[in-house]
Design a protein around this ligand. Structure first.
Ligand code: PLP
Length: 429
């Protein structure tokens, strides 16, 4: 008689209280099958589940933990802030410090507003764009995920793609009709859409590097063309950098690709593992936000002092030198995986940008969500479970990016590659 694992027991009880047993859908392993493991603690690049198993973690809480789990500097900053109180609902100097630090690294955020989730950030950025242009339409890309606000649940990525539910019931048809979509990297489709609908489009919103349909970088001409098409049609360009911010380059997408958006959304890394996100950009646009202007947006816990302290500690430690070190290890991981797949004769393509990376079981590079769906998702599922059984935790979906942290040393990367080599051998059967 086998003893049920603590993870399985906790998940069984959780399903009796939370929908699907979880508080965010992708955690339920719908994309790979099986029962999720339940986390107990993390340290550096390692994660430990409630059954005492250890994993090298490449999910990192879906991106925020760029310094790894429980970095001492962040814990100290949190402890210091906590001793003074956990929330005031008043301005604090901590907000100012983090705001200025972000603007120093990303000067195109002339003004910004802190919120508590990426969903709030993207929803609010679109509200500003609609107010500024007097238009209602938006253009987004298939497979891009911008949070769960009504306007974005049209051909979305991430959990909605994983579960095969790209459009959600409960979104009013009248609102969904305002959301136009085009395939990522398909300029001809964008040009057609702008020609037909351009005068009604308030904003083009895009993940400058897609992380929510698997990892898909933009073709070299894609982002410059979006900038040009937005300008020509009077739409604003929004870079959703909730995932890519402080991951693909120290200064974000404008530094990496030389294209500057009108508005930017940030999240994940800027909270260092606590709930922080932000939207910002051109001062003339952000000055429309209440109370400076009439576009309303507010939050009881916005700019929460614990979250600001964790964010400041994280972003201030993420220097250019450290960013370069993490990027080098990410490149080594992607190189190693590519070599393993080639040696084993498995169709495979893997890429990275900064400390964000991803792979598909498909020989040709993936340029769109439609391409991603032609990868061998069955092999991914088997590989995911074999990797987990050997102590490597990957995102439980073929349509999610991976992440690297400062806590992943060369030896950890080498150990992860050894484990994934064996996992791929077992997954092929
Ligand atoms: N935008 C992007 C690009 C994201 O990857 C995510 C979440 O993964 C969001 C927005 C939504 O952020 P949150 O989950 O904090 O609401």
């Amino acid at each position: 008689m086998s003893t049920p694992s603590r993870s399985a027991d906790i998940m069984r009880r959780s399903r009796e209280i939370f929908p699907g047993g979880v508080n965010s859908p992708v955690r339920a392993f719908g994309g790979v099958g099986g029962t999720p493991v339940v986390a107990e603690r993390g340290e550096g690049c390692r994660l430990y589940d409630v059954d005492g198993r250890e994993y090298i973690d490449f999910v990192l809480s879906w991106g925020p933990l760029v310094l790894g789990h429980a970095p001492p500097a962040v814990l100290e900053a949190l402890d210091d802030a906590m001793q003074r109180g956990t929330s005031f609902g008043m301005p604090t100097e901590l907000e100012l410090r983090l705001g200025l630090l972000i603007r120093e690294r990303m000067p195109h955020l002339e003004r910004l507003r802190f919120v508590s989730s990426g969903t709030e950030a993207t929803m609010s950025a679109v509200r500003v764009a609609r107010a500024a242009t007097g238009r209602d339409g938006i253009l987004k890309f298939e497979g891009c995920y911008h949070g769960h606000a009504d306007s974005f649940l049209v051909k979305a990525g991430s959990g909605v793609a994983t579960l095969g539910l790209p459009n959600s019931p409960g979104v009013p048809a009248a609102l969904a009709e305002l959301t136009h979509t085009a395939p990522y990297n398909d300029l001809a489709a964008v040009e057609r859409l702008i020609a037909d609908e351009g005068r009604r489009i308030a904003a083009i919103i895009v993940e400058p590097v897609v992380g929510n349909a698997g990892f898909i970088p933009p073709d070299p001409e894609f982002l410059p063309a979006l900038r040009r098409l937005a300008d020509a049609s009077g739409a604003l360009l929004i870079f959703d950098e909730v995932m890519t911010g402080f991951r693909i380059a120290p200064g974000g997408a404008p530094e990496r690709f030389g294209v500057t958006p009108d508005l930017t959304t940030l999240g994940k890394v800027i909270g260092g593992g606590l709930p922080v996100a932000a939207y910002g950009g051109r001062a003339d646009l952000m000055e429309r936000v209440a109370p400076a202007g009439p576009v309303y947006q507010a939050g009881t816990l916005s700019g929460n002092p614990l979250a600001m302290a964790a964010g400041y500690a994280t972003v201030s430690l993420l220097t250019r030198e450290l960013h370069a070190r993490i990027e080098a290890r990410t490149a080594a991981l992607v190189r190693g995986l590519t070599e393993i797949a080639a040696r084993r004769g498995v169709p495979f393509s893997a890429r990275h940008a900064g400390s964000m990376w991803g792979f598909f079981f498909r020989a040709e590079p993936v340029r769109s969500f439609a391409d991603a769906k032609t990868s061998d998702t069955e092999l991914f599922r088997r590989f995911f479970h074999e990797a987990m059984a050997r102590g490597v935790y990957l995102a439980p979906s073929p349509f999610e990016a991976g992440f690297m942290s400062a806590a992943h040393g060369d030896a950890d990367v080498a150990q992860a590659l050894e484990r994934m080599d064996a996992a791929l051998g077992a997954a092929r059967g």
